[in-house]
Design a binder for this molecule. Structure first.
Ligand code: DQA
Length: 159
């Protein structure tokens, strides 16, 4: 069951959602030459710590199922999520459904990739997300996520 946050201070903070697509639960052991050696928990912990010190509430979500990712994005609108960081993983190159979910909720998002998708196989060069994203960060391993968060923290603090 999902943990409920109870303190009023957290409830008042702007919310950011981080969405990880399929196979990213295997980070740490999965093709480290492409994806680095940090586990998904390591990356999530670094993100939560950085968000905490930036005064933002950050939630992470990973699924290997397209429908679950789509439903999480729909729920983000009800939760007043201000921005999304998403690594759609393999769905980057295949999923019109996930793209349409992001378009439907109109929540600004940054697309991130651990590996440099443009330096890999041609089928990874096309993304169904990039033209809708605020920006795309690819190839900086886990720092792709951290830099996306740094950008959003700056943006939310000046809005
Ligand atoms: C990825 C790149 C995708 O091509 C691949 O399918 C992934 C991870 C990345 O973070 O580099 O699963 O999104």
């Amino acid at each position: 069951m999902k943990k409920q946050k109870t303190t009023s201070t957290t409830a008042e903070r702007p919310r950011i959602l981080v969405v990880h697509g399929p196979n990213l639960n295997l980070l740490g052991t999965r093709e480290p030459e492409h994806y680095g050696r940090l586990s998904l928990s390591d990356i999530n912990l670094a993100l939560v710590r950085m968000a905490d010190s930036g005064g933002v509430e950050l939630e992470t979500f990973q699924s290997n199922h397209e429908g679950a990712l789509i439903e999480r994005i729909h729920a983000a609108r009800e939760q007043d999520v201000r921005a999304i960081i998403i690594n759609p993983a393999a769905y980057t190159h295949t999923s019109v459904g996930l793209r349409d979910a992001l378009a439907a909720v109109s929540i600004p998002f940054v697309e991130v990739h651990l590996s440099n998708v443009h330096a890999r196989e041609p089928f990874r060069h096309h993304s169904y997300f990039s033209d809708l994203a605020i920006g795309v960060i690819s190839g900086l391993e886990h720092e792709s996520y951290l830099l996306a968060l740094e950008y959003l923290l700056n943006k939310l603090n000046v809005e």
